[in-house]
Write a protein that binds this ligand. Structure first.
Ligand code: LLP
Length: 425
């Protein structure tokens, strides 16, 4: 569900014609819809309204300050994985007591920053990290609230790069190791066990792996409570999938129902860390066609190849290249006639892996046309880079019939701002 719709053959972001934004701000440009973000957050949050819960939006999905601020105003907490994300979340007005800190490689400095800020809890992923956390807490004279991220060894049935809850993945600790660590931590005045945590993967389109993981988490939670640990939180992570193409992920209400069913009789506050399901379909990437070229069939390749060369590349949106991800692509101004071409939509980067789509059926587009790449609101801009010395795209937030540039397009000066020639060189 989103508010990017065609009106009289022209794609609109809420009340604003997308072409107008592209004219004024240039391309490539990420466009986010405030109404869609709000709606996604509310639908997700309301699905859990009858149980104590906290939705900690996963900042890594889209960390633009305006997006975070909008979600903060909706009551969202944050799931962060770095000091940088902590900085952004606080700057955007997310209260520290609604922030959980995940990630396998937290540094002492990051722990210090988060503990001083007064976050809700650390989601600890190794025994070494737990020791370090205790040391940092002692130094600051402030006990650290924590959960251990359990690796429940459940197959989330998603792309291997975004599957995290299998034993072969680097994340979390096996249940038994976690159990022992909790018991030891109980004796440490600077470690305060407050919950259990897991996150099994991303873009899940089935409910059963979540339920499976939750069952294991619940068993551990109850065992630890029996040992006298005052646990209050059960953090199930994020991972609910969205529609990019043909997927049929469960709606948040069905997902919530299954979880609540499993949690009945358990006294706890449920924490959820959704990212993609909030931001994914709330954003598009708009790019302009630069050239269209065809390679005619030849003896070594009997097929003709058409390339639509656009001004956005893998540095702007890496998902198609990195995960073979499908993103729907449509012209911003509908092209009448129903005719299609089959083409690769490629960027300007000097790599054959630089594509947004392969062998895609598109209307016959021409240089100058604008294309919208859908479902780009999560893991889009945040994963972009300056490869090939390309300034990163602008980001725009639409709200009703107004739009705001919420991150300016980078300039050439930005590209070299932190670089210096050694003196006397
Ligand atoms: N919590 C933790 C601990 C996570 O590692 C993640 C995502 C989330 C929550 C949010 O998951 P979501 O609800 O968005 O599925 N770049 C990849 C996705 C990587 C996800 C990493 N962790 C992609 O573009 O598909």
């Amino acid at each position: 569900m989103h508010y990017f719709e065609y009106r009289h053959g022209e794609l609109h972001a809420e009340g604003v014609p997308v072409a107008r934004i592209a004219e004024e701000v240039g391309t490539p440009v990420y466009i986010y819809s405030a109404a869609t973000l709000r709606r996604h957050f509310r639908v997700f949050d309301e699905a859990f309204q009858d149980v104590p819960h906290l939705v900690c939006y996963s900042v890594k999905a889209n960390s633009n300050l305006a997006v975070l601020h909008l979600l903060a105003r909706e009551g969202a907490g944050a799931d962060i994985v770095s000091g940088g994300e902590l900085f952004r979340a606080l700057r955007a007005g997310i209260p520290p007591e609604k922030i959980v800190f995940s990630g396998v490689g937290k540094t002492e400095r990051e722990m210090e920053e988060a503990l001083s800020a007064g976050i809700l809890m650390f989601n600890v992923e190794s025994l070494g990290e737990l020791e370090t956390l205790s040391r940092v807490a002692r130094r600051l004279g402030k006990p650290a609230p924590f959960s251990i991220r359990v690796n429940p060894n459940v197959d989330p049935k998603t792309h291997p790069y975004i599957s995290t809850g299998l034993k072969k993945n680097k994340f979390g600790l096996p249940e038994e190791v976690a159990y022992q660590a909790y018991l030891r931590a109980k004796e440490d005045p600077y470690l305060e066990p407050v919950g259990v945590d897991c996150h099994i993967g991303s873009q899940l389109t089935e409910i059963s792996p979540f339920v499976e993981a939750l069952k294991r988490l619940k068993t551990l939670y109850l065992r630890l409570r029996e040992e006298g640990l005052d646990l209050r939180y059960l953090d199930l992570g994020g991972g609910l999938g969205i529609v990019y193409g043909e997927e049929e992920p469960p709606p948040p209400a069905a997902y919530a129902e299954a979880i609540k069913q499993e949690l009945r009789d358990l006294e706890t506050t449920l924490i959820l860390e959704p990212g993609r399901v909030i931001a994914g379909n709330a954003g598009i990437l708009v790019t302009r066609v630069l050239y269209v070229k065809a390679h005619p069939p030849g003896p070594e390749d009997p097929e003709a190849r058409t390339f639509v060369i656009v001004d956005a590349g893998m540095n702007d949106l890496i998902r198609p290249t990195l995960y073979q991800a499908y993103h729907q692509i449509k012209p911003v101004r509908e092209i009448p006639g129903g005719e299609t071409i089959r083409a690769d939509v490629v960027g300007p980067i000097c790599e054959s892996g630089d594509f947004l789509a392969r062998e895609r059926h598109l209307p016959p587009v021409s240089p100058g046309d604008l294309l919208a790449v859908f479902s780009a609101g999560a893991y889009g801009f945040v994963m972009s880079s300056n490869y090939n010395s390309r300034p990163r795209a602008a980001e725009v937030l639409v709200d009703g019939d107004r739009f705001f540039v919420v991150r300016k397009r980078e300039t050439y000066e930005d590209l070299v701002r932190l670089e210096e020639l050694p003196e006397g060189f």
